[in-house]
Design a binder for this molecule. Structure first.
Ligand code: PLP
Length: 404
């Protein structure tokens, strides 16, 4: 029997076939900037690592497969992806972007808007009808994220992408899938043109490199993306490509474990009485919509305590949860977005977008979940957020109403 063309994702992640000349079990690292030409007239497959490197090619072919794309590219960071994508646009082009995008995305789009390179309109992309009414023939690109981070708002990606292509067949719908990863969502199946994500997060999973990946089914877009990547020199370095290939192998098991842990932590915090934002909770207003697009919920949640001071105390009282930005790592992290990852969004804009200043974000790792809940219990008691002493009782506790 001929081998199957493709297997399930878990199998594909570890299979990653390469055509190494020595049949090395792990595709080798080509830590070389240049490649000798076979002759003066024959350039060979590779000549210069900015343009191409076998370690990067191996990674990119692997990524294309797991993202269900025709072609994929690996660049130096998630923001590097966005830089490459925005360079596809012409001066003065109009773009539509969500109003709750990643802080760094917001910063780059604001910069390009201020310089007059692009006209950027921000809207609440959870309001599908509003977005549809704003899409016109002059809309050249649409930037979407779902669920957003850390407000965990869900966007109807399929409806928006379908409608946008009806209005303007040339529009490029761009989707940042960092929050879900290809294990839980394949946005190209929902009609987006470019799927990108920060590989610094789940794809690599160990917080030891920065990387970004882009994927598309359009040969024309792939050519244009490659042109920019080769011209600007942001292709991922061979060593980082090698590390990312290694990290990818455990993506499915990591995400599965992180998500299992996160569901338990979310239920715990909800039972304590906090307002928890997590798409895996039935209380999430867009639970059904999220389920229609994704096969899971990820491992990032946020919750409000009612007081900035109290939130600060909780964040500073954990042991296992490290105070750090980012997510998708094997370790659990805790942060206050307004003071950390989203501090680059000015306070007025945050207020307009109903961004709670007391919001705590948890990014759940692969630790034992009982240890994680014990750590949170200790932090809630130490900070004075709750008053009972026993974890089981805490499930039925009412949080102390903080004095603002
Ligand atoms: C982290 C992140 C990025 C940026 O990626 P870097 O690798 O840090 O440059 C973009 N989008 C989202 C949703 C992210 O979480």
């Amino acid at each position: 029997m001929a081998p199957k063309k493709s297997y399930s994702l878990e199998t594909e992640l570890v299979l990653a076939k390469s055509n190494d000349q020595h049949n090395a079990s792990v595709p080798p690292l080509y830590q070389s900037a240049t490649f000798k030409q076979p002759s003066l007239s024959n350039m060979g497959e590779y000549d210069y690592t900015r343009s191409g490197n076998p370690t990067r090619t191996h990674l990119q072919n692997h990524i294309a497969k797991i993202m269900k794309a025709k072609q994929a590219f690996a660049v130096s960071s998630g923001m590097g992806c966005l830089d490459v994508i925005t360079r596809l646009l012409n001066p003065g082009d109009e773009v539509i972007a969500g109003d709750d995008l990643y802080g760094g995305t917001q910063r780059l789009l604001t910069y390009l808007n201020k310089k007059g390179d692009l006209i950027v309109h921000h809207y609440d992309t959870t309001n599908t009808e509003l977005i549809k009414s704003k899409i016109s023939k002059s809309t050249k690109m649409i930037f979407l994220e779902s669920p957003t981070n850390p407000l965990i708002k869900v966007v109807d990606v399929k409806s928006i992408a379908e409608y946008a292509h009806q209005v303007n067949p040339d529009v490029i719908v761009v989707f940042d899938n960092t929050m879900m990863s290809p294990v839980l969502m394949t946005p190209l199946d929902l009609g987006v043109d470019i799927h990108y994500e920060s590989a610094t997060k789940y794809l690599n999973g160990h917080h030891d490199i920065m990387a970004g990946v882009l994927a598309t089914r359009s040969t024309e877009l792939a050519e244009r993306l490659y042109y920019v990547i080769n011209s600007t020199g942001c292709g991922l370095s061979p060593f980082d490509c090698w590390l990312l290939s290694r990290g990818l192998k455990t993506l499915a098991v990591r995400v599965e474990r992180q998500q299992d842990n996160c569901i338990k932590v979310a239920k715990f915090l909800e039972n304590v009485g906090f307002k928890v934002r997590y798409p895996g909770l039935k209380s999430h207003p867009q639970y059904e919509l999220h389920n229609s697009m994704c096969s899971g919920y990820g491992a990032v949640l946020s919750f409000e305590t009612g007081s900035i001071k109290l939130s600060e105390k909780i964040v500073e009282s954990t042991d296992i949860f490290g105070i750090a930005v980012s997510f998708g790592c094997v370790n659990s992290l805790i942060s206050m977005p307004c003071k950390m990852s989203h501090a680059s969004i000015d306070a007025k804009t945050r207020e307009e977008r109903e961004f709670p200043e007391d919001l705590i974000r948890l990014c759940i790792g692969i630790e034992n979940v009982d240890d994680l809940i014990d750590d949170l219990t200790k932090a809630l008691l130490k900070s004075g957020a709750v008053r009972v002493n026993d974890k089981d009782e805490l499930f039925n506790a009412v949080p102390i109403q903080p004095k603002l």
